[in-house]
Design a protein around this ligand. Structure first.
Ligand SMILES: Cc1ncc(C[n+]2csc(CCOP(=O)(O)OP(=O)(O)O)c2C)c(N)n1
Ligand SMILES: [Mg+2]
Length: 539
């Protein structure tokens, strides 16, 4: 086998059935190997490399499975930079296959096509695991190692580089099958300590991050056992169904943080609690995290459990009943608190009405991909999420423009459920070129573009805090309907929430290609008072 054949066979052996990839001469042997493996692995070719990175990210987030992309070196790699950065910030298992100049000339500065200084060094700043395949015999082993690295310790992306003259070279060994991942053994002393603390708690609280998405059943059982509210904001949403009165987002989560005596953080950096709301010694912190460095990064926890959340929580659920105090049901109390915050959320009625229309049409297992937009900010707070991995929000990079292409990847990887992307007119145009990819590959993504003719969020900040000195925030837009239709996509316009609901119903029924829905809107009320809230603990 050639290096390329071995890498392709390795992807297949690890259950990867699509490569999101944009070709170029450095990777011609790789694409030829893909051609010959076409019964086992497909290629989706986007129109810009960022589309390849984001689509792999969307596929990984929507499935929890590894996803891969391939691009040429230099500009190709850099074009995927924001997607790779976001994959890192979101601990998403994305594998990048990046081309290289001729092996013998790497580092010599001769100025080969697409050469970039110290490509390996740049990559090593973006991901935790990276390597270059320096001989065909290394290909299968490195591919297996890269994919294993994506699922061990702190989860995240990995990159393999391969030189233009290495892909086609014969001498590679057979692919290694799915690597058996060795999780650290569960620390039974720590389980007992956690069970005793949580069992004795008067007002326990659970905080979920992205690491809880694979432990939804366990989180649900633990919340019921403890009668503990479960805070999930963005990455943690959907670990507990929003219909459960114990399920909270911001800002109710902050109120509960202020009252809690024991908190269990599951696969979360606890960024809002620690950095915004404050921490003191009256709350015992228990952490579950796959990254051994994470639990003590900001505040030393009373107990830290290292590893995958689901098996740790299952052990905790076994041990906890023997230590658990009787607590009254929190159902009525939580209902009353939700009602109180819902009244304050009335300020956000314009956004909520559109989000309600989406929720009414999107089935429980349908996926919403949010954006850095007025609608997205409110969705993070108030869009009901019923299942894990059905609310995708771009993590702490919060990079405008991730939405459309990431949602395409999610929809491609989950053709069985409807996926809807919400964007502003600003964010949508970052990757609107990928409508061509959606049409070419018949991806039935529904994108709702809320068009206010502005980088609205920036505009409002300039209006409110900079004396209305507006700069660089007004937008000249295409006619979105004619734009979408010119690609061969379906296009609709909705004027109000009822209209949006009707167009969504039609759009979700269309399964052979994409739909773009434009919703013209005016300025929206600010959600920021509900997101950036002051300290509530620690003086
Ligand atoms: C990569 C990136 N560049 C810039 C920003 C800063 N930014 C945040 S919101 C925003 C405007 C968004 O405009 P639009 O998508 O139209 O949404 P709207 O606020 O109008 O609803 C900008 C430029 C960002 N978050 N990410
Ligand atoms: Mg806008």
């Amino acid at each position: 086998m050639t290096t390329a054949e071995a890498v392709v066979a390795s992807l297949v052996a690890h259950g990867i059935t699509t490569l999101y990839a944009l070709p170029g001469i450095h990777n011609d042997h790789l694409f030829d190997a893909l051609y010959r493996a076409s019964g086992r692995i497909g290629v989706v070719h986007p129109r810009h490399e960022q589309g390849a990175g984001y689509m792999a990210l969307g596929a990984a987030l929507a499935t929890g499975r590894p996803a891969a992309y391939a691009v040429v070196p230099g500009p190709g790699l850099l074009n995927t930079g924001a997607a790779l950065l976001t994959a890192y910030a979101m601990n998403a298992p994305v594998l990048g296959l990046i081309g290289q100049i001729p092996e013998a000339d790497i580092g010599r500065g001769l100025g080969h096509l697409h050469e970039i200084r110290d490509q390996a060094g740049i990559i090593s700043r973006l991901v935790d695991f990276s390597a270059r395949i320096k001989a065909p015999g290394e290909a299968s082993g490195l591919a297996a190692q890269a994919i294993a690295a994506m699922f061990s310790g702190r989860r995240g992306p990995a990159v393999l580089e391969c030189a233009i003259d290495m892909w086609g070279r014969p001498g590679a060994g057979a692919p290694r099958g799915s690597t058996q991942l060795t999780e650290p053994p569960i620390d039974d002393d720590a389980i007992l300590a956690a069970a005793e603390k949580l069992g004795a708690a008067k007002r326990p609280l659970i905080v979920c991050g992205g690491g809880a998405q694979a432990a939804s059943a366990e989180v649900t059982a633990l919340a019921a056992m403890l009668q503990a509210p479960v805070l999930g904001y963005r990455r943690g949403r959907g670990a507990l169904d929003s219909r459960d009165p114990l399920s909270v987002t911001l800002p109710l989560g902050r109120e509960l943080w202020g009252e809690a005596d024991v908190v269990l953080g599951i696969g979360t950096r606890m960024f809002y609690p620690f950095q915004h709301w404050g921490i003191d010694d009256d709350i015992a912190v228990i952490r579950i995290d796959s990254d051994p460095e994470e639990p003590a990064r900001v505040h030393k926890p009373a107990v830290a459990l290292i590893g995958d959340a689901a098996p740790i929580l299952r052990r905790l659920l076994d041990v906890l009943p023997a230590h658990n105090a009787k607590r009254p049901s929190r159902r009525d109390d939580m209902r009353e608190r939700h009602a109180r915050w819902n009244r304050r959320f009335e300020k956000l009625a314009p956004q909520r009405a559109f989000l309600d229309a989406i929720r009414a049409e999107l089935p429980d297992d349908g996926i919403l991909v949010d954006e850095v937009t007025q609608m997205g900010f409110v969705a993070r707070l108030a869009f009901p999420v019923h299942r894990p991995r059905t609310f995708l929000s771009p993590g702490y990079q919060d990079n405008l423009g991730w939405g459309y292409a990431t949602a395409l990847g999610a929809q491609h990887a989950r053709p069985d459920v409807p996926v809807v992307a919400i964007s502003g007119d600003g964010g949508f145009m970052f990757t609107a070129n990928e409508i061509a990819t959606a049409v070419r590959h018949r991806i039935p993504l529904v994108a709702v573009v809320f068009s206010d003719g502005a980088f609205g969020n920036v505009r409002r900040i300039q209006a409110e805090h900079y004396g209305n000195r507006l700069i660089a925030c007004d937008l000249a837009n295409p006619d979105f309907l004619r734009f979408a239709e010119s690609f061969g996509a379906a296009a609709e316009r909705a004027k109000d929430p009822a209209g949006l609901r009707a167009t969504l119903k039609r759009s979700f029924a269309r399964r052979d290609g994409p739909t773009i829905i434009e919703v013209p809107v005016g300025p929206m009320p600010s959600p920021w008072e509900f997101i950036h809230m002051p300290k509530i603990r620690g003086g």
